[in-house]
Design a protein around this ligand. Structure first.
Ligand SMILES: *[C@@H]1O[C@H](CO)[C@@H](O)[C@H](O)[C@H]1NC(C)=O
Ligand SMILES: *[C@@H]1O[C@H](CO)[C@@H](O)[C@H](O)[C@H]1NC(C)=O
Length: 242
């Protein structure tokens, strides 16, 4: 499942892709070699070794997770629902340093007159959905609340792939979250500003499709995310074995 991604070929007109809502699937080979454990840097390892109170140390150790995605990509939605959110529910911010980048294969144009234009792989609805996500991250605290709200937005039961006003309201009611300020943000300059920010962050990295998952700075391409994240900890959190 995770071996499939939403890819975009920039030689093809973005407009055509946007209009057709096309999502090109391609099998991405797993990278072999180095076990993911090796991503713990020596500094962290030393820190762990030097302390005798391992229980306290384990609580301080966090795995950094970065997810680059776009809201209407089916593989992004599957990764979020089947892997990221269940892992966050089990480990939370106590063990995870989580960063979501709702932008994916979109493209930003800044005109000389200051106008910012963003084109998304799955068209205008996706740009709006990404901004709902960005606004949720901006407004909802703690971050896990935003992550669960976003996961609800991307749930398959929502019409048109979720991440629209209907989903925003429905998830808001379900989770006791006021969706009005989130929608207002997504429809206004703040939403665009956040989209621009996530675009700039996304453009800093190289990736060949979304979801693009980075764990402790290394691209993740496995298919048992929770298990693989648990494997990284020098001292396995009890939540990993529960
Ligand atoms: C380790 O931490 C626990 C709980 O905070 C404490 O009760 C215990 O005394 C500590 N052990 C050492 C060796 O510092
Ligand atoms: C800014 O420039 C773009 C591209 O030429 C144009 O589409 C847009 O209408 C302009 N916006 C304003 C406010 O002049």
């Amino acid at each position: 499942m995770f071996a499939y991604r939403c890819l975009i070929f920039y030689v093809i007109s973005l407009t055509i892709l946007s209009a057709s809502g096309l999502c090109i699937d391609k099998i991405v080979k797993h990278v072999g070699g180095e076990p993911i454990k090796s991503v713990i840097n020596s500094e962290d390892t030393d820190l762990i070794k030097n302390k005798d109170n391992t229980t306290e140390q384990a609580a301080e150790e966090k795995v950094k997770i970065e997810l680059y995605y776009e809201c209407l990509c089916p593989y992004c939605r599957a990764f979020d629902r089947n892997h990221l959110t269940p892992t966050v529910r089990k480990l939370g911010e106590k063990y995870l340093d989580i960063h979501l980048y709702p932008y994916g294969n979109a493209e930003t144009t800044v005109y000389d007159n200051g106008t910012i234009e963003i084109e998304c792989q799955h068209g205008v609805p996706e740009c709006y959905g990404n901004m709902l996500h960005a606004c949720a991250i901006d407004q909802l605290k703690p971050l896990t609340k935003a992550i669960y709200y976003i996961s609800c937005l991307m749930g398959t039961s929502q019409s048109h792939g979720g991440s629209n006003d209907e989903a925003a309201d429905k998830c808001g009611t379900q989770m006791n979250i006021d969706s009005e300020p989130i929608k207002t943000c997504a429809k206004g300059p703040k939403g665009l500003e956040l989209a621009k920010y996530y675009g700039d962050e996304t453009n800093k990295i190289d990736f060949h499709g979304v979801p693009h998952v980075v764990v402790n700075g290394v691209e993740y391409e496995g298919d048992d995310f929770f298990h693989d994240v648990c494997e990284i900890f020098a001292h396995t959190p009890p939540e990993c074995t529960e």
